[in-house]
Design a protein around this ligand. Structure first.
Ligand code: SF4
Ligand code: SF4
Length: 299
């Protein structure tokens, strides 16, 4: 049975004493429920990937907290790890969003999109008793979304699923699959995973200011303008001959000189640390060709 937000609130009000809700809690609940009704809708699809970008998102405390983002700033209409609905009810949330917010919702794509064999290597659901593939989904929803965000390296460039012989036929979402089909350019947020700050700040910026300035790879310049090497505190500190030592890792294969990202400034795990400071080189997880060759070379 489906229940509207208003009916849910009416039920909560009527049952407040029985379920132990105070007046303050009821007011908070009302704020949350109505914010979810009016906040910009987001549909988050997951294709071929490891869900790492979703896990990374849940680690957000900047620019806002993940609770604040999900409860007050946006209305997450579909995300198969975060929503409680399942089956037809979950999929109907996508259909409802598209019919109610055509041209107004944000589509986030996590994971790569297989195209071989009509996309049947990644099936999200069924429609009219036929498999509804990730390829079908992005082609159907991409042109109807106001903005499309490719979260992470798999969605942006193909990542792990595209590496090697690529039997599932992964293609780039922006330059191949949705090329010319969307109103705006696709926003690529590469990183394995996408950085939670980059992701949430991009969504918040879209809500406040609209389309960000992108570089030729579709990345917001604000986060990807500089090379890791240019921001690295170890630059010019002498070459290290062993991982874990404190010098520069260039002679150990560090990919920082060719990788655009802001890790040395933004860091990871809520500004605790980042790859090079943790004692290993940058492996260029945000680049188009990552995973196409061995990451480490042992002799
Ligand atoms: S450790 Fe890597 S990113 Fe840092 S200065 Fe050396 S080569 Fe550049
Ligand atoms: S330092 Fe390099 S490998 Fe590490 S997260 Fe940043 S881009 Fe990826």
């Amino acid at each position: 049975m489906r229940i509207s937000r208003r009916d849910f609130l009416k039920w909560c009000t009527a049952s407040a004493a029985a379920i132990g809700l105070t007046k303050i809690e009821l007011e908070k609940l009302e704020d949350v429920v109505f914010a979810a009704e009016s906040a910009p809708p987001v549909v988050w699809l997951q294709g071929s990937g490891c869900s790492g970008c979703s896990i990374s998102l849940l680690n957000t405390i900047q620019e806002t907290t993940i609770d604040d983002l999900l409860i007050n700033k946006i209305s997450m209409k579909y995300h198969h790890n975060l929503m409680t609905a399942a089956g037809d009810l979950a999929i109907s949330a996508i259909d409802d969003t598209v019919s109610q917010y055509d041209g107004k919702f944000i589509l986030v794509v996590e994971g790569a999109v297989p195209t071989a064999n009509n996309g049947t290597y990644c099936v999200l659901s069924e429609k009219n008793n036929q498999p509804w593939t990730m390829l079908d989904a992005v082609k159907e929803l991409g042109p109807k979304a106001k903005y499309v965000i490719a979260a992470g390296t798999c969605a942006s460039f193909g990542g792990v699923p595209k590496a090697g012989v690529n039997p599932t036929g992964i293609k780039r979402l922006d330059k191949e699959i949705l090329n010319g089909l969307t109103k705006n350019e696709i926003i690529n947020l590469p990183g394995c995973p996408a950085h939670p700050y980059t992701l949430t700040k991009t969504i918040v910026d879209l809500l406040l200011y609209g389309m960000p300035r992108l570089d030729k790879e579709g990345r917001p310049q604000a986060f990807y303008k500089e090379k890791i090497h240019g921001l690295c505190p170890r630059r010019g500190r002498g070459q290290s001959s062993q991982l874990g030592e404190s010098g520069c890792y260039k002679s150990l294969g560090c990919q920082g000189p060719r990788t655009n990202n802001n890790c040395p400034i933004r860091k990871w795990n809520n500004k605790v640390n980042w790859c090079v400071d943790a004692g290993q080189p940058c492996i260029s997880c945000a680049s188009e060709d990552v995973w196409q060759k061995p990451v480490y070379k042992f002799e």
